[in-house]
Design a binder for this molecule. Structure first.
Ligand code: SF4
Ligand code: SF4
Length: 374
């Protein structure tokens, strides 16, 4: 549900695309107005205009978070993408719905393409694909000496997400090891993709099908807690709507979503000598203001955490990588400016990680925080 813009300008202060580009036409309220005008007849947009529209929003959700009127600009843009018959997002759809078959070979193949072939829009896309697997990964340096008893014996489902399931199996192995140490019984559950990437790209029906399937898995397991370790998946799961028996069930679903970092907060960590001296943390936009990954890492790493992003988006932008990769560059540069000085950058979002791995300065490594766990 999205309200009526009153032109208060609050969203202008938080939009990373506006801040990095200084282009007023990319501001959330301009998009809100544009979507309102086009809502009645989206089919009249030309193919070129539709492709431009896809480049207008990173889908970071910062404007929606702050808007007093409940205007959800990324949802408006996604709706328009979905309604537009000329929008060429079939490639994105294929990529998202066939993750199992395409992601691992796609990422491996992209790493083999020589720099000389990184021409035009293809270059950023190939780098993003290669970055998904994170190369050889980070060298682990953190270990839990004593696990808290808080969750011992609790039965939970694990929502690993497409990247961990199909490309980054080491994250899945690390998460299972931690849950085992915590004494959590991981229930079997055949979750599918969270569907948020499809929703953002304009495929509302496909996203809704995935949501309904995931909620059915949770229901069949007795509505237990659901552990996640990807910030974007968590945000996508929490935003499910329209697939519940009633409001009480929807509320129960939201309360059941648990980031793995949150249940590790009372664990005692030991750091080994191979720890890098200068670490950075990227705060994903979809984490919102409260970010349990950041809180966990601040406690574990202390003074070694020398740089962190706060309002700086990585510039991934989902479908923007295909439609307007150049528009994300200034946003991405601002992000790396904030991370200056870090030798290793950690994050908890698979999409941010793909983007940051693809754009990291020479000598800087990027990884999911799970990769530092021994
Ligand atoms: S914060 Fe909301 S109401 Fe205010 S200008 Fe932005 S979209 Fe409009
Ligand atoms: S979702 Fe992010 S990039 Fe898009 S208009 Fe809102 S703040 Fe700007």
């Amino acid at each position: 549900m999205t309200g009526q813009c009153i032109l208060c300008g609050k969203c202008m202060e938080v939009c990373p695309l506006l801040r990095a580009t200084n282009r007023e036409e990319l501001a959330p309220r301009a998009k809100s107005e544009l979507c309102r005008v086009l809502e009645a007849s989206p089919g009249e947009l030309s193919e070129i205009d539709a492709a431009r529209l896809a480049g207008l929003c990173l889908g970071c959700g910062r404007c929606a978070e702050i808007c007093p009127q409940g205007v959800d600009v990324p949802a408006l843009v996604a709706g328009l993408r979905g309604a537009h018959p000329n929008f060429k997002s079939w490639l994105w759809k294929t990529w998202l719905t066939r993750a199992k078959q395409l992601w691992a070979p796609g990422s491996a193949a992209a790493r083999l393409v020589p720099e000389a072939f990184h021409i035009g829009n293809l270059g950023p896309m190939l780098k993003m694909l290669a970055g998904m697997s994170g190369g050889s990964g980070l060298e682990p340096f953190a270990e839990i000496g004593r696990f808290p008893d808080t969750w011992r014996g609790e039965r939970m489902l694990l929502f690993a997400g497409c990247t961990a399931n199909y490309v980054q199996s080491r994250w899945l192995a690390a998460a299972l090891k931690l849950l085992d140490g915590l004494g959590v019984e991981v229930l079997p559950g055949d979750f599918t993709c969270c569907g948020s990437g499809l929703k953002c790209a304009g495929f509302a029906d496909e996203g809704a099908d995935m949501a309904a399937r995931n909620v059915a898995v949770w229901r069949a397991a007795g509505r237990p807690k659901v552990v996640t370790f990807c910030t974007s998946c968590l945000a996508g799961l929490r935003a499910y709507d329209g697939c519940f028996e009633d409001e009480a069930e929807q509320e129960k679903w939201r309360e059941s979503q648990f980031p793995l970092s949150r249940i590790l907060h009372h664990a005692d960590f030991m750091i080994s000598d191979n720890v890098p001296e200068k670490l950075g943390y990227h705060h994903p936009c979809h984490a919102g203001k409260a970010d349990p990954d950041r809180d966990l890492l601040a406690g574990v790493l202390g003074g070694r955490l020398v740089a962190a992003t706060d309002r700086q988006c990585c510039g991934f932008g989902g479908v923007m990588r295909l439609a307007a990769p150049g528009a994300t560059d200034p946003v991405n540069r601002e992000c790396w400016d904030a991370l200056q000085g870090a030798e290793v950058v950690l994050t908890g979002c698979s999409a941010c990680l793909a983007q940051l791995s693809a754009t990291a300065p020479e000598g800087v490594k990027v990884g999911h925080w799970l990769e530092i766990m021994k």
